[in-house]
Ligand binder design. Structure first.
Ligand code: FAD
Ligand code: NAI
Length: 420
């Protein structure tokens, strides 16, 4: 089997690269070790977590917000098993869509673990012990990432879990401790807090979502506390031990020796993800990794071998589906002789909590550190509640100097009190 391009890994990076390369006339192969295509994002990441965020938001609204609208529905019940079943249906529909796209674009799909025999030969080992050999002119490594699970946390997939298992709990837990106040901790923490679980987040830093602006962290902390979530900031977990039905989490204050213990039904480890290159046998292809285990690439996403490229979570940069997709398109277009470009400063990040938090570009702290001059403009989102007049004010605001913002807000606040 001879291919122009072989892609190892069928996540958002891999499958998008496959489609683009086939569209551009390259004979393309895609290798995936699991039975379903779509990678972390479609199977155990973006899609299932958003499905549960959606379902849990409906429940929370029914429980907390409906009455104010005059909708009384009596005693509510959660059928978490049904919620998970719906989530699984959403996943299988989405994953099925990728199968269809591969067929439509005439991409040959191989299921099995891909490994380099040499820089232009990939071996695909299937579960039944069968091995296929693929000859390829170029290869893209798109093998993604896995959760970081330090030995001291005794990850057992039952009581000490990662996001993968947290997407499949079928009975609402009474208590859950989450290690890490990053994106996964807050999104999945929101799901369970909305369903009635007492959620405690232990975060090493002095704020949550530390990759975004301080203002965003403050607002989101306030809002999640209202939801009932408990935060131990500037704390670290030193050890986690589990028994059949319970888990014990040893917590230490970051800046002192003070310690305490929390007991819970589950401990969710959400302290980041590591690039995944296990089993690829990169040494047979002269592909090198950096000190964090990421495949080293240059600005063209070319690895240390000129015919091998790498994209997505397995290389440097944000671990986001749309970033992986853009990189897949970039490599395919480059191989077809085009001159694509990615502006990494324009990749947005969104945390799908309530409220959702979105950011793009550099944070205020980063600008300060780099001594780049900047202007701050703030507009309270609350004002959007009053549609008509606010639109007018927003148009005016566009032409007003920043210092007028507060005066404007005072006025909007006063008119919002009156019937519109
Ligand atoms: P992956 O999606 O990880 O795919 C890699 C694929 O390679 C996998 O299918 C794996 O099985 C396969 N593979 C690995 N090694 C081999 C091998 N040797 N042979 C064959 N196949 C192999 N991002 C967002 O932008 N928005 C979100 O809302 C969002 N939510 C998330 C929620 C959760 C809970 C998690 C965990 C992640 C979320 N992400 C989100 C991140 C997103 O999932 C990743 O950034 C994205 O999946 C990375 O894509 P990728 O193609 O690089 O790798
Ligand atoms: P993260 O990097 O977002 O957050 C990890 C947090 O854990 C950090 O705040 C860190 O300070 C803290 N931490 C690390 N070690 C700790 C320790 N020992 N004790 C206490 N706290 C500790 O990683 P997370 O949440 O696991 O997500 C991984 C990646 O998945 C993200 O980087 C993101 O790119 C992606 N993702 C994206 C989503 C989205 O776009 N909506 C949703 C979910 C995941």
């Amino acid at each position: 089997m001879q291919y122009d391009l072989t892609i190892i890994g069928s996540g958002p990076g891999g499958y998008v690269a496959a489609i683009r390369s086939a569209q551009l006339g390259m004979k393309t192969a895609l290798i995936e070790k699991y039975d379903t295509l779509g990678g972390t994002c479609l199977n155990v990441g973006c899609i299932p977590s958003k499905a549960l965020l959606d379902s849990s938001e409906h429940y929370h609204n029914a429980e907390v917000n409906f009455a104010a609208h005059g909708i009384n529905i009596g005693t509510l019940q959660i059928d978490l098993a049904k919620m998970i079943e719906r989530k699984n249906e959403v996943v299988s529909q989405t994953v099925g869509g990728i199968d269809f796209l591969m067929k439509k674009n005439k991409v040959d799909v191989f299921h099995g673990v891909g490994a380099f025999k040499d820089p232009h030969t990939i071996l695909v080992s299937q579960a039944e012990g069968k091995t296929q050999e693929i000859s390829t002119r170029k290869t893209i490594i798109a093998t993604g990432s896995k959760p970081i699970t330090p030995a001291a946390f005794n990850y057992d997939k039952k009581r000490v879990i990662t996001s993968t298992e947290a997407l499949n709990i079928t009975k609402v837990p009474k208590k859950m401790v989450i290690i890490g106040g990053g994106v996964i901790g807050l999104e999945l923490g929101s799901v369970y807090a909305r369903l009635g679980t007492e959620v405690t987040v232990v975060e090493f830093l002095d704020r949550i979502i530390a990759g975004m602006d301080v203002d965003c962290s403050k607002e989101l902390t306030r809002s999640l506390k209202k939801l009932g979530m408990i935060f131990h900031l500037k704390h670290m977990v030193t050890k986690v031990t589990s028994s059949k039905n319970q888990v014990k989490i040893e917590v230490q204050k970051r800046d002192s020796d003070e310690t305490f213990e929390i007991a819970a039904d589950y401990c969710l480890v959400a302290i980041g993800r590591r690039p995944y290159t296990d089993g690829l046998q990169l040494e047979n292809a002269a592909v090198k990794l950096d000190e964090k285990g990421r495949v080293i690439v240059d600005e063209h996403l070319q690895t240390t071998h000129p015919d091998i490229y790498a994209i997505g979570d397995v290389i440097r940069g944000a671990m986001l589906a749309h970033k992986a997709e853009e990189e897949g398109i970039l490599v395919a277009e480059q191989l077809a002789g085009q001159k694509p470009h990615i502006n990494y400063n324009l990749i947005p990040g969104v945390v799908y909590t309530w409220p959702e938090v979105a950011s793009v570009g550099q944070t205020e702290d980063e600008l300060k550190e780099k001594q780049i001059a900047y202007k701050v403009g703030k507009f309270p989102y609350k004002a959007l509640v009053a549609p008509g007049p606010v639109w007018i004010w927003m148009v005016w605001l566009k032409y007003w100097p920043t210092k007028q913002l507060m005066k404007c807000w005072e006025y909007i606040s006063s008119v919002r009190e009156q019937p519109i």
